[in-house]
Design a protein around this ligand. Sequence first.
Ligand SMILES: [Fe+2]
Ligand SMILES: [Fe+2]
Length: 263
Amino acid sequence: MQRSELQQLLQPISAFLDCATPTGWLEQAARPESLPTLLRDHLICELKAAQSAMYLIRRYAVDASSADALLQWLKPFEDFTYRQQGDWRSLAGLSLKKSMIPQASSRYAQDLIDKMVLLIKEELHHFYQVLEVMADNGIAYEKTTSSRYAKGLLRHVRTYEPAAMVDKLICGAYIEARSCERFAKLAPLLPLKIADFYISLLRSEARHYQDYLTLAQQIADSDISDRVAFFGKVEAGLITTPDPDFKFHSGCPLTVISDQTAA
Ligand SMILES: [Fe+2]
Ligand SMILES: [Fe+2]
């Protein structure tokens, strides 16, 4: 990807996000000793992205037999990640075995299914690609705790419909957009093969954030800009405030803050 193409992809994402990733986080992420944590957490982020898209279509868009087929699709990935069962190579190319049947009552079900099934496919492919990068770099998979980031966004989701769904979709848009921004900023700081992989992820993640936003606006009764702005501020708070836990979506690392204070 050319530098100008990268800038073009990143421009709407940077405009959408309320803040850029702090230099402190990038400095920490560029340290070789951070790579195992970064990749392990990135791996889990890919699975979580697939899981939340699956949750949305199971909850809001498909009939019961389609919902079961979705669970079966993700199960081997979840067994590997949470129960450390199975060989990671056996996850290559596992696909959805059944076509999805929309809930008859839902006017947006088909669009939600189309966008989210494609998104799940892509996230599971990314999941496998992260495992390949880890294997290339001699990094074994280990379970890690999740960062405060997604929880910090989702705790503001309203509790009634369709507002809850609209908010979840907006959170999804921010998570995707932030991932995209971090892939682009990290690429020049990482070993070449990982950099190329991160650049290759940009295009699909850029589309994911737009898909989430489009769906949120389709489902909402009224204009969503206030909610988008609200979550933009919450998201920027999670990214710019001190965070003792270094992860793919963490805030400003304390080690870097204390290094700077000491200097
Ligand atoms: Fe992804
Ligand atoms: Fe994504």
